[in-house]
Design a protein around this ligand. Structure first.
Ligand code: NDP
Ligand code: 2IT
Length: 449
């Protein structure tokens, strides 16, 4: 089929040549839906392939803000409103110096299919800024969030585009973004999720992605007659997703032994000290080096001392959970995990495994839970938050957790059925892509051109 070649040519013509992460995401999705497209020529008749890789709208804006020394700072802000065939645009906001249009297009593209897989009626979007929150005072964070919202608030709305959290954007930032929207519009509309509870946030949203990841993994393992109980697990990252994944791993009786940040990796063979980790990363917002100073049993490997990928993947484990960022698990790291007899890799971050890494996992029949399924619990609970806000209702933490478990289990069943329908064995990555593509493409066809 020449459709991938043609679509990639179109993508390269209509985007910057340097948008390599976005092209990687497109190629991964289009390649894996081949068996489905072969049986469904109507998608070619409606030219869905070309239409689905084109973002509906890309917004770029200037953010000017005053730092603590009263110097004026400038950053780039973006929102990619990629596809709203299934519902209003929905997706997180990332504040990190590595944010570019390429990164946001890849994340927004992935979000379309992830959101579709949840079965909820939301489209796909992503936004952010090349702002580095590290080392900034609380006042500077507030000023930046206010300037971000001021530059962009007229492009969003509770039925148009709803923002959420992501790297560098947690409850604190969401609170400031929401507060500024309210000031500018005099409305309390639910235009952002992951809000603090005091502003109408859902109990359980901050833990939803990490917990959902482990619920998905447990459901998948249960289907194979396995469990995480008593098993050594490795996790990368030490932010929102990683910390809650570690917390839930303890709940199910597993032994999480690693975590990492942009500066280095911790290996704590007796199990990560969760209270200490939270104290260092959430309260003090400092580097993991402080963890090793407190826990003598733990090893700390600096990133600069370890050149080939992340040290996390050197540690033998039953299950590996990449929860930091995109392309953090290379082919080389995948081979190390395989050599160390890993049984399952479940993605908490978005697209953390490189294409050669995924190929190796498939070749060696390692169970592989792709991000757009395994980390969908976060956005799913965001929709519960929106529904609570819009109906002025309340759900307890227990109700939300129960719903999250149900959603993750249904996602697994729907993907497994898709795999069975297209004889994909346990290739959950292809199953997830087909399921998401089908729902979005059918909605596009139903709406006409
Ligand atoms: P946080 O900002 O809370 O944490 C990010 C973590 O990853 C930190 O430990 C950070 O290190 C590390 N990290 C970030 N960028 C890099 C990098 N370039 N190299 C090495 N380490 C890095 O973000 P989240 O936990 O919310 O997000 C983590 C991943 O999960 C992302 O891929 C995100 O898109 C995805 N995700 C998040 C959801 C959510 O609900 N928050 C939902 C679904 C997916 P340091 O502390 O040094 O900065
Ligand atoms: O990647 C993701 O799914 C998120 N960052 C969560 C998005 C959201 O709108 O809650």
């Amino acid at each position: 089929m020449k459709y991938i070649e043609n679509a990639m040519k179109l993508a390269r013509q209509s985007n910057c040549q340097s948008d390599t992460t976005f092209f990687q995401a497109i190629e991964e999705v289009l390649t894996s839906i081949k068996p489905f497209l072969k049986k469904n020529p109507q998608y070619f008749e409606h030219n869905i392939i070309d239409r689905i890789i084109y973002p509906n709208r890309e917004i770029r804006f200037k953010i000017e803000w005053l730092d603590d020394n009263n110097h004026i700072q400038v950053n780039n802000g973006y929102r990619v409103q990629f596809n709203n065939a299934l519902g209003p645009y929905k997706g997180g906001v990332r504040f990190h110096p590595s944010v570019t249009p390429d990164i946001l297009k890849f994340l927004a593209f992935e979000q379309i299919f992830k959101n579709a897989i949840t079965g909820l009626h939301i489209g796909g979007a992503k936004g952010g800024a090349d702002f580095d929150p590290k080392g900034k005072s609380d006042q500077e964070i507030m000023k930046f969030c206010q300037a971000f919202m001021t530059a962009f608030y007229n492009s969003i709305g509770e039925d148009i585009d709803i923002l959420g959290g992501d790297i560098g954007v947690g409850e604190r930032e969401v609170g400031y973004l929401f507060g500024q929207y309210k000031t500018l519009t005099n409305s309390y509309d639910s235009i952002i999720t992951s809000k603090p509870i005091s502003l109408g946030g859902s109990k359980g949203r901050s833990s939803a992605t990490g917990y959902g990841l482990i619920y998905f993994t447990e459901t998948l393992l249960e289907d194979m007659g396995e469990t995480l109980k008593g098993k050594i697990c490795t996790i990368s990252g030490s932010g929102n997703v990683a910390i809650h994944a570690i917390e839930k791993l303890y709940d199910v009786g597993a032994i999480p032994v690693t975590c990492s940040d942009s500066k280095g990796t911790i290996h704590d063979p007796n199990g990560i000290d969760l209270a200490l980790l939270k104290e260092i990363k959430l309260k003090k917002r400092s580097s993991l080096e402080a963890y090793a100073e407190e826990r003598k049993a733990a090893t700390y490997v600096k990133r600069e001392d370890y050149q080939s990928g992340s040290y996390v993947w050197e540690v033998p484990c039953f299950a590996a959970f990449p929860c930091a960022t995109q392309n953090e698990l290379s082919g080389e790291s995948a081979q190390k995990l395989i050599d160390n007899d890993v049984k399952i890799v479940a993605e908490g971050a978005n697209m953390p495994t490189t294409p050669d890494g995924i190929d190796l996992f498939m070749k060696h029949k390692i169970l592989f839970a792709p991000a757009k399924a395994a980390n969908a619990g976060g956005v799913a609970v965001s929709v519960l938050e929106m529904s609570q806000n819009n109906s002025l209702s309340y759900m307890s933490a227990e109700e939300i957790d129960e719903k999250l478990r149900g959603i993750m289990s249904k996602i697994f069943k729907d993907i497994k059925k898709t795999c069975d329908d297209y004889c994909l064995d346990m290739d959950l990555a292809s199953g997830a892509n087909i399921l998401g593509f089908k729902r979005v493409a059918n909605a596009m066809i139903a709406q006409g051109v």
